[in-house]
Design a protein around this ligand. Sequence first.
Ligand code: E8X
Length: 582
Amino acid sequence: MLYPQNNRARTVIDLSGVWDFRLTEDAPWEPLAVPGSYNDQKPDSRYREHCGLSWYRRRIALPAALHEGRQVLRFDAVTHNARVFLDGVLVGEHRGGFLPFDVDVTGRLLPGASAELCVEVDNRIGRHSLPVGNEGGVVFLGTDNANVPAVEEGKRWQAARGRNVPNFDFFNYCGINRPVRLCVVPENRIEDITLVPQLDGRVHYRVDTAGEGSVAVEIRDAEGLCVGRAEGAEDDITVENPHLWEPRPGTPYLYTAHVTFAGDEYDQTFGFRTVEVRGHEFLLNGKPFHFHGPCKHEDSAIHGRGTDPCLNVADIALFGWLHANCFRTSHYPYAEEMYALCDREGIVIIDETPAVGIAAGTRENPYAWGLDEYHADVLRALIARDKNHPCVVMWSLGNEPDTDIFHHEAFLYWRRLYELAHASDPQNRPVTLVCCQNNYPVDEITRTMDVLCLNRYYGWYNLSGDLEAAQYALRRELDFWAQFDKPVILSEYGADTIAGLHGAVAEMFTEEFQVAFYEAFNACLDERPFVIGEMPWNFADFGTAQSPMRAGGNRKGLFTRDRRPKMAAHYFRRRWSEMEAE
Ligand code: E8X
């Protein structure tokens, strides 16, 4: 799937701006910004807590000069489901809130005339959606007061009235969260480009096209000089002495495949980079790589989950300040602009599907929810979108599913997706599944992944406040995982911390405790060479649903939500700077 691109053959009209918006079909239209979640753009609980359909509207026009070719509306993401209307006619729809979709409107936009574009957005989550919502059932992280009759009746009333109850720990920000563009492309056009580079300079390419024409591919270096070329829809090109793509503090050198076909053209950046798991090592360009960097969210005040290029640039600059070299796209695919920025800045990405919340304790078997086919479709679409990014080094099938209660059903469900990921990725990257703190001896599936990603919170959610006991437990568990001789990444660990709360004694929620927590955990990691990654949870404080466990959201950030460093940020900046200097 190609990202929209302006060039001599293609035209992109960005439809960002202030659209009309309404929460019900009989409400007056009000101004609302696109891209951006609608939840926090108005000081109104009806916006913040909305559950159900909502509508966006704006006029669009096609300049007469652009009447040739195909006209396509490209939505980078609408959360969670969308139906698209043009002058009242349904012209497209999409299920899923974190990946792009195209709506072909060729012939429906008369040159020089305008049309009414309307997008109906459905933000409901449930057992059918990724991420997963509760339907009057288990409440994530909260106490659900089981067996209290009035609470059970209240939950049934709540479900009947319609309320989103996330089975995950981030706010259900919804709407047209990412850019919408009207793209005009030639009738005879390039449909997709696949690049598989090797360290010796060979790059295998395949160009998928529509219509009549012939393909030519020119590889250009960072100065724009041609360093290789070939003709035909699929072939190999060899670049002599290639500059490799290296993560920071190395040089993330990018090349461009300049593709032409009939009257169309497209420039696809890529990097000469390989990844491989060998024993307990993760090799990047044949050298052992250590993942050190916090997990993120797409989250900020007002924008919600809306794409904000200024925030992306500032966040990646703070990754440099931290001497961090990676993050996981917890817990959903991020906007394409962030991957392009990480390609350029040398930040490694573990690319995750929106499969979070596939767990319900002993109450329900989550593998009976019928998510299999949809999850497979989402995984294929994620890989199709991100396959050429050198920054993407591993696929995460999902976050913290149940793998120990319904452990055999879990094995069957995730093993199929593991094999699908390897079969779908032209670069055949490693595949993981991020494991929740669980009864790990009965977990049959985590140990089969290429890399073992463990989210662990000893000393926080249990053994709370006792960091010596936390170290004892963590060491016992890491000794268990050593037997598999696979790379282990501590993919989440952290403690809620109120910025500015201090104590001479490091107690929970103080900044001193957050540092002490990480010092305790990292001492255990440093003892074990098979632990090849440390990813604090989280980069910054972020919004969540209301819960007795959340004081204005999740406070485990190394930074506050407005990106001010806590003591732990300074701690990791020192630790990772020394690590880089080794
Ligand atoms: C947390 C994190 C949450 O924000 C993230 O989305 C997934 C959670 C920890 C679960 N992992 O709560 O801060 C650990 C459960 C241990 C019993």
